[in-house]
Design a binder for this molecule. Structure first.
Ligand SMILES: Cc1cc2nc3c(=O)[nH]c(=O)nc-3n(C[C@H](O)[C@H](O)[C@H](O)COP(=O)(O)OP(=O)(O)OC[C@H]3O[C@@H](n4cnc5c(N)ncnc54)[C@H](O)[C@@H]3O)c2cc1C
Length: 438
């Protein structure tokens, strides 16, 4: 992404209301680095809990500049991987408990929208996972069984029913997850920023934190000012590495998406489109398609890329847009010639176990953090904000007593090791996907 205008979510909404930059020396109770879902939700819930505290957010560009403004707008309670994968890694009991907890993020998003009257095109559209071939059907059956075992609500759809919901390709069967939603993430985040500001949170934009000086009072420096705060919150997810704290715990992987002009009625009919359906194909490196509120198709190929130079930004990549377009037309030939109006990329923060970690660290125990969402941070980012506020309050509840709290993040020894490992892993997944297509 070069500018916000590359990104569909900034299309047709009022221009950026750029906030003030931090200027001069400040004292605060809590200083939060990062103005995405995590940072704004943390600010909101902390201020709500401690109205007397001065809570400041520092954002290097503008609120929504990072992944929170660039994602596909799927509101899910799932974490980085499928129920099947989680069940294999954690066992049935732990996965069940964890998902029961994380699925609260969907209702939390709904609650926040309602409470603050946020106009963000939200729809509880569910998630449709489709199988295009016989082997994918069997893979999907395994997914369905695992979902049932861990208590995730799903509905198995036979061919006719599946095709009536998504006619884009020759679907043989599908798994429907009803408890998920879709949203315009930028509208939602702006609504949350307004809600946080209305209770007294101060959000400073164009205020990159360049340096952190740890101590019982933490000092954060920007080019024009500084903040001394008792507690800080690291809400920088896939952008965390340059700051030094929690370095190389979360790896920036890149993912790209394209959005078409509004579809014609004929094209919508081909898709059997009803609302903002969110469709994924049952593969490891899947493609996904969702419809927007104004009937465009947003297409993502989840063939994430890791680049050796971890400090550089690779979120604008025309070769990726072209390959997305080719795949989209291969899948949906009736879209041939359609114009792509927006194309952009962003980072997802990957951890070695595909799970996030939320906690408190540092010599003075005053560095709070939440990161490593592995591509599922829209809903979870809100829950994380609530968890951080509960941790700060010393609360003893499921918000502070669950396996994600202070979960060690293994991190990586070096960028070259990650580069090799990511290519190895991708080769493995691609081979498995090819088998699923046979
Ligand atoms: C293409 C794409 C599709 C996705 N689709 C989905 C989806 O459908 N559903 C879903 O749940 N998740 C999805 N995700 C993931 C989701 O967007 C992220 O997990 C989530 O946005 C992370 O939120 P965050 O606030 O933690 O981080 P971010 O939104 O990345 O926010 C971090 C912020 O910190 C700022 N920052 C960084 N360094 C500094 C500094 N030194 N000083 C001040 N500010 C700093 C950055 O500018 C940025 O704004 C997707 C991601 C991408 C890229």
């Amino acid at each position: 992404m070069r500018t916000a205008s590359d990104n569909f979510w900034f299309h047709g909404i009022p221009p950026l209301e750029s906030g003030a930059a931090l200027f001069g020396e400040h004292e605060a109770d809590v200083a939060i680095i990062g103005g995405g879902f995590t940072g704004i939700a943390a600010a909101y819930f902390i201020k709500q809990r401690f109205p007397e505290k001065r809570v400041i957010v520092l954002e290097s560009e503008f609120v929504g500049y990072g992944s929170s403004g660039r994602n596909s707008g799927g509101v899910t309670g799932l974490l980085g991987h499928s129920c099947l994968h989680m069940k294999k890694k954690l066992g049935i009991e732990k996965t069940t408990r964890l998902l029961q907890f994380t699925f609260q993020s969907v209702s939390l998003v709904e609650e926040l929208i309602k409470k603050h009257d946020i106009d963000c095109d939200y729809e509880r559209a569910g998630r449709l996972v489709i199988a295009e071939g016989e082997r994918q059907v069997r893979h999907l059956e395994e997914q369905a069984k695992a979902s049932e075992e861990v208590g995730a609500k799903t509905l198995w759809l036979e061919k006719e029913e599946a095709r009536s919901r998504f006619g884009g390709v020759n679907v043989l069967a599908a798994l429907y997850l009803p408890d998920e939603g879709v949203i315009n993430p930028v509208k939602f985040l702006r609504g949350m920023k307004r809600a946080a500001e209305s209770i007294g949170v101060e959000v400073y934009e164009h205020s990159r934190c360049t340096h952190i000086e740890p101590g019982p009072m933490m000092s954060l420096y920007t080019s024009l000012g500084s903040v001394r705060a008792r507690d800080i919150v690291m809400a920088t997810n896939a952008y965390s590495n340059p700051l030094g704290l929690l370095k190389y715990k979360v790896l920036p992987f890149y993912i790209y998406q394209i959005t078409t002009e509004p579809l014609t009625q004929g094209q919508l009919d081909e898709f059997h489109c009803k609302g903002q359906q969110n469709v994924f194909v049952a593969k490891n490196l899947y493609w996904a398609a969702r419809f927007t509120a104004d009937n465009r198709l947003m297409f993502v190929e989840c063939d994430t890329l890791f680049f050796y130079d971890i400090e550089c930004d690779y979120s604008h990549r025309p070769s990726e847009y072209r390959s997305h377009y080719r795949l989209m037309i291969e899948k949906f030939p009736f879209l041939k010639g359609i114009k792509v109006t927006h194309q952009w990329g962003g980072r997802i923060g990957i951890t070695l176990d595909f799970l996030p970690s939320v906690g408190r660290t540092g010599k003075h125990n005053n560095v709070y953090y939440s990161m490593g969402y592995n591509g599922n941070g829209l809903g979870f980012g809100q829950l994380a904000g609530k968890m951080l506020a509960a941790l700060m309050a010393g609360e003893n509840s499921e918000l502070t007593n669950n396996m994600l709290i202070n979960k060690p993040m293994l991190g990586i020894p070096s960028a070259s090791a990650t580069y090799l490992a990511s290519h190895g892993l991708k080769f493995y997944y691609k081979t498995r996907d090819r088998l699923l297509e046979m």
